[in-house]
Design a binder for this molecule. Structure first.
Ligand code: 7RM
Length: 636
């Protein structure tokens, strides 16, 4: 038996060494023993980072849904695959078994076929976090159609751009969606997008809110009657391992979003293997990832990774603050969640609200806590560890990207000793390295640089849809023969990695390289501060100076602002040094964030630099209204 489930640190090191010495032998064993293939591969790996071209399990034939569904039916047919927890706690939870999920996916797959969708066609999925979303992904995969999920909070403009970029011919949406106390009219957003999408011939509509919608004759169809009439059985399309499974858009620092293309075979193997180890999933565990399936985290660790392992995965439609800030902990308690995976931004928001929300609920089922999406600051890490994990559940700080498909650097819980704010060690098969500005590899420990990956891994994106040149330029041209992540990182004395943030977040002040993350950490440790973001602005003497945007906790609201400014700079001086002191500190009610919770420093940089004529597209932000407030109160 191959080392599918790593159990102690020696085993991790031993398996890691094997995976690096003989990657092909290692991944071949994993692929052979833990997945069902219609035909085995001719070649485990061929690669060339110059072209760039990477192929895993080339020549193999499979369908990922046979691995996520069919193969579980004999042993897990009546096991819950998906627990659907609705936005409103008064609405009933749904438990969908593997057998039911298999039937529902088959029905939806048959509907897609009837509507003329075939292998290789692109289908846009624009749905809230309801079971139909997971089912739609799997139904596409069943028939070999390529899904492109667009997060159902993006504007009609963002939606039409993504639909047109990959020529989707069909869209799956719903009448509306619930988010906390609000409903959003999704179908109207789709209708507006359709004005710019001549290539879309059909729009299938799930009924969720019951709100009134316009159904365009000949184009729009209610999904439910079609499902009711469809067979609950659908042959799986046999795919090549290297055929595309899906496209997922990720924003670039410039220009239009990049449609990252993921493959069927390698993506399946890597997401399943990482899920098993990073969440130490055992047969009867209940696993919950709070991300939206509109992001890569949801694709890999709500749908494909868990289902390929026959796991029970929670799908949560709501938000952490509705009906109040105890909602996450109520759901953990209700479903006796064992693994809980969320984002630092959610942790900080909840930490701000006080412990009474946490203490109301029994969290003793929790065994493992995870974070993803951005660097977690020390204060949030300790809050999570002390109050949610009660000091007994290891925190897995998982670093990865839309482009990497699966987790790349992370502790293995109960195996890798954790250190606050560190993603720790590379996962099995991953060969990270740090590079300096001259393009040299930085050897040894206690160093920092730009994070690159030296060797292919199975779930790496194979290209950018329609723009292979951009794929090469973005990821493979900064350093010879290496994948460049765009992130900065440090490697400490024991070889642990700490991701310090995007390298474009580095600010040079008086010739010193300052990362935004450690300064923000220092500020966030001030007891009155909830969250902060630092950017540079042009300065006559220093080249750049620092501008801080700070959100206060309730206890800070009554404090004298100038005193607070002094204390914050004092805190920075103590933790980093006077060089990192802020020239300007603006107190704000919120920070501009992407829908996945990443701070949009680009906008803050423009405000700090008084260059607000062209802020770019802010309509895709979570909270565009905060931008006006920040501009109005900017410090001259
Ligand atoms: C999974 C996801 C990718 C970027 C990445 C980093 C940042 C993600 C962590 C992190 C520090 C982490 N995909 N990032 N995880 N930074 N520690 N554990 O988020 O494509 O949306 O974003 O997110 O900068 O490059 S993503």
């Amino acid at each position: 038996m191959s080392n599918y489930h790593i159990k102690h640190l020696e085993e991790y090191f031993q398996v890691y060494r094997k995976s690096v010495r003989d990657p092909e032998g290692f991944w071949e064993e994993i692929a052979e023993e833990h997945f069902v293939w219609r035909k085995k591969w001719d070649n485990v790996l061929s690669w060339d980072f110059e072209k760039p071209e990477v192929k895993w399990f080339d020549g193999a034939k499979l369908n990922i849904t046979e691995n996520c569904l069919d193969r579980h039916i004999p042993t897990r047919g009546n096991k819950t695959a998906i627990i659907f927890e609705p936005n409103d706690p008064k609405e009933e939870t749904q438990h969908i078994t593997y057998r039911e999920l298999h039937q529902q996916v088959s029905r939806m797959a048959n509907v897609l076929k009837e509507q003329g969708v075939g292998k290789g066609d692109r289908v846009c999925i624009y749905l809230p976090m309801i079971p139909e979303l997971a089912i739609a992904l799997l139904a596409c995969a069943r028939i070999g159609a390529i899904h492109s999920v667009v997060f159902a909070g993006f504007s009609s403009n963002a939606l039409s751009t993504r639909i047109n970029d990959c020529d989707c011919k069909l869209v799956i949406t719903s009448d509306g969606s619930y988010r906390g106390g609000k409903t959003l009219d999704l179908k109207a957003i789709v209708d507006a997008a359709m004005d710019d999408c001549p290539g879309v011939s059909k729009v299938l509509v799930v009924k969720r809110t019951g709100g009134s919608v316009n159904m365009k004759e000949g184009r729009d169809l209610w999904l439910q009657p079609l499902l009711d009439n469809a067979y609950a059985d659908c042959n799986a399309e046999i795919m090549d391992a290297e055929d595309p499974l899906f496209i997922l858009y990720t924003s670039g620092s410039t220009g239009k979003p990049k449609g990252m293309v993921h493959s069927c075979g390698g993506y399946m193997v890597y997401t399943a293997y990482t899920f098993k180890n990073i969440f130490q999933y055992r047969e009867n565990d209940v696993y919950w990832c709070t991300a939206d399936i509109g992001w890569i985290t949801g694709h890999s660790y709500i749908v494909y990774g868990p289902l390929a392992n026959g796991a029970t995965t929670v799908m949560f439609e709501g938000v952490p603050s509705y009906p109040d800030y105890s909602r996450f902990w109520e759901v953990v308690d209700k479903h006796k969640v064992n693994q809980f995976y969320t984002a630092p931004t959610a942790i900080r928001a909840l930490a701000k609200e006080g412990l009474e929300h946490v203490e109301k609920h029994d969290l003793s089922s929790l065994k493992i806590l995870g974070t993803v999406g951005e660097p977690i600051n020390e204060e949030a890490w300790h809050w999570y560890n002390n109050n949610i994990g009660k000091g007994k559940s290891p925190i897995v700080d998982t670093w990865w990207q839309t482009e990497t498909g699966g987790v790349m650097i992370s502790p293995i819980p109960y195996v890798t000793p954790t250190t606050p704010t560190y993603a720790t060690l590379p996962f099995i098969g991953i060969q990270p390295t740090l590079m300096d500005e001259k393009g040299e590899e930085i050897k040894g420990n206690q160093v920092s640089g730009r994070l690159c990956i030296k060797f292919p891994w199975p779930s790496m994106a194979r290209t950018i849809w329609g723009d292979h040149k951009r794929y090469r330029e973005t990821y493979f041209s900064a350093y010879d023969n290496k994948y460049f992540t765009g992130d900065g990182a440090l490697r400490d004395a024991v070889g642990y990695y700490r991701i310090t943030g995007r390298v474009d977040d580095v600010i040079i002040v008086s010739g010193h390289n300052l990362g935004t993350a450690p300064i923000e950490d220092a500020i966030n440790e001030h007891p009155a501060v909830a969250e902060s973001a630092i950017v540079g602005f042009p300065h006559d003497v220093k080249g750049n100076a620092l501008y801080g945007f700070v959100i206060l906790k309730d206890i800070g609201e009554s404090r004298d602002r100038d005193n607070l400014r002094k204390e914050i700079n004092q805190q920075i001086t103590e933790q980093i040094g006077p060089i990192a002191k802020l020239d300007k500190i603006q107190f704000v009610s919120g920070l501009p964030k992407t829908r996945s919770g990443k701070i949009m420093r680009r906008i803050l940089r423009k405000i700090a630099g008084k260059d607000t004529d062209n802020l770019g597209d802010i309509s895709t932000l979570l909270n565009p209204e905060v931008v006006t407030e920040i501009m109005d109160n900017a410090i001259p």
